[in-house]
Design a binder for this molecule. Sequence first.
Ligand SMILES: Cc1ncc(COP(=O)(O)O)c(C=O)c1O
Length: 912
Amino acid sequence: MANIKAKSAAFYNIGQLRLDYWNKLKVATSELARCVQEKKDDKKCSALTEQIITDLGSVEHYFAFPGITRLENLEAMLHRSEFMAFANRVSEITRQLVSDSYRGNPEALDDEEMSIEKVEAYERLDGVKKNYFEVLFIGDESKEEEASLRVKLKELRMANEQFEYGIVVQHSFQDALITLLFNYNIQAVVVKYAPAYLSKNISPIIEPYIQNALKLDFSEQDETDLGPILGSLIKTLRPELDTYYVTDSSLGSLKDSTLKNFERIFYNTEDLQELHLTIVRGIAERYETPFFSALKEYSQKPTGVFHAMPISRGNSVFKSRWINDFGEFYGRNMFLAETSATTGGLDSLLQPTGTLKKAQEMARDTYGSRQTFFVTNGTSTANKIVMQALVKPGDVVMIDRDCHKSHHYGLVLSGAYPVYLDSYPIQEYSMYGAVPLEQIKRKMLQLEEAGRLSKVKMLLLTNCTFDGLVYNVERVMEEVLAIKPDMIFLWDEAWFAFAGFTYNYKQRTGMFVANRLATKYKSNTYKKAYAKHIKSLGPNERPKMPDPDKVRIRVYSTQSTHKTLSSFRQGSMIHIWDEDFKRKSESTFLEAYMTHTSTSPNYQMLASLDVGRRQVQFEGYELVEKSIELAMVLRAKINGNPKLSKYFDVLTVQDFIPKQYRQTGLKEYYDKKDGWNRMEEAWEFDEFVLDPTKITLNIGRTGVDGDTFKNKYLMDKFSIQINKTSRNTVLFMTNIGTTRGSVTYLTNALLKIADSLDDDLLALNNREKEIRAKRIHSLTTEVPPLPDFSYFHHSFQAVPGVPGGDLRAAYFLAYNEDNYEYIMLSECLPALKKKRTLVASTFVIPYPPGFPVLVPGQVVSEEIIRFLLALDVSEIHGYRHDLGLRVFKESVLDRQKTVSAMGAASRAKKIN
Ligand SMILES: Cc1ncc(COP(=O)(O)O)c(C=O)c1O
């Protein structure tokens, strides 16, 4: 457990704090200018302005714009008493910072006299919009050398270059690390041989934001090792950045780890031009989008189409008198890029050799996998591909019962036996949490006792869940691998594609942990620790650490890129980190991929996956951090406003996660009294954490249920679209597209709803008030029970008395109409009383919650009937109100029992 107590802060992150300081400076400077103009005493104003500049200095130290030099220039203006010019300049810098316009007009940066008029004139001239970034240099340059470096690098730039960069120079390891943490513009890092370790700039103002960086302690390291250590840290924290190392050491004396952690090694004697060209080339390579570029180029070529697709090039659309509005709506490029060609620069998704291959390889490197496959039918299909690739009929899959339906259907197709795992219930809000590790291990030991553990192939969990619960992926994998070292993990990261781009989140993703554990188990340190651990065990104690000689790292994750990153709908990816992929699974994977992938994949979607990859490589860190910031702002705004908290509250970490799974004790991210709590420690240690970008609003006190609130209040009145509701909650999410404006719009909408609820209340008569109170009582206290998975009927159990069911047999048994019958829900409880066993013959999936409460072959328990009776949703797949529940006939179950017993006997024989 970490012993650093995370400090609370007044602002969620350094970006917020920085803008606040610039705004404060703006106010102080105009006040100072006014005092001087009106010949009032300006001492107080001057002192305040000086203080703000000093404080800002400790922040600006980490940025190129406006940066410490501009701040020093401002201070000099102040000392020269140029108050008006000073106020104008501060106001302009603040405007550029707030609007981010400095990045669109990099020329403006170096023009100290740049004014709003000049910027506008520049924009009017339609100057080339360059891609601006910053390069971090770490070395021991003096101020003069630093200034000369800036000038020389500037001279090397050509006017027509697409990229433009500023530089931040740091002199210590700690300052470099803080720059990487704070500065979203950094795209490349140049480490010069042996930087100092300790920072001389850390002020109390920035301390709360650098807790993680301060926890790392390399002060005892030889200074010559600090450069390579920094390189390796960058590969963990911000692997998308290009890293370069400048040294005097000969190639032979450099360690392999140094060579591995830097894109290129430079010698001090090499000229600056080479470095400059390498930096720009590195950016250009990442900017490449092989498939999107090929598609763009293809669309511009004149081609005759004697193939499928009349809409290709818009031919059947723009000529039509009846559907040309379709063409106008989407625009010409959409149709020019519609083609079924796989040559001419394009490629075949089913057997890629060119641009799609390259695009997938670039995605692989960006997402940290060993193989990445694009999927054009969403994660629903990605999940089925992975399931079919890795398990066969009769294998056992441990799976969270409330996972997405695609997994259950995948099990039917593959014929594997599911062992369902129950997530802990969150009764009060009619939701499920996630599966505790203890339960997973307990079920594994149960299977071991029954001689079935060798049949278990895969553990499948949803991370993060729709509601934002995130597993401790590393702990789950370590403890499961200690029991079964060849377990395959499928992490359904449909809602978590963005997580790989900021460290807190990344450490809880499948790919990152796979990589980390593979390295760990191969290390001598681990092998020694394991040997010691084995020696320390008592006679009947089982090892708690995975055996390094047996463990295999086999991890798959499926991500709906389209849900949280930039991609057209249905754009998804499968990421693989499987040591045995080539040897054991590649051919079955490719077969499964062929089974489910269309021979006519949508090119727009594939191009969007390619471009989405470019985006996260350049601005993933920034955009993800900003979407977290906005979520935090929204949480604080709602909970801090008394008008809103009369009807709503944002559910907190402790509402979602029972105490025993919150080892660090974090209860919520924001506290009215203490400000922001740091999330880092909890994300490192707790069994479960809550993704703050999933904001669940408790609306029980409004007396309106979730579904009605979503449709009648948010959508009809304010055109606010949300996805998930429960009986008494609605879920909002922020993502990389969320803007400050949309957060404000939502807050205002909630305020208006609160006003209208107040007005409604005033207009009610006494009887209506009673009815309303009853509704509120029902929504806040009368919560329906949340049933666990009951069990498979013994006719469908893989082995009698052992978890695991033959879902596929039950599913196909119901293909014959004679095998099932319907029973009305109202008759189910009396039937159970008369000792009838009801067995579902179909999936029953209510929306919400959106996962099966019944699967084929499952015994219908009293709790499940009560849950279905209490459900007030209209959409239940697999169930028709007019027909009732579809269950197997009793006579069929008897027959099936005999068949199943024969099967079990033969299986038992095989086990023995
Ligand atoms: C956990 C989970 N997995 C998979 C999917 C399916 O993803 P897609 O919509 O990309 O097919 C969803 C969809 O909501 C989901 O919530």
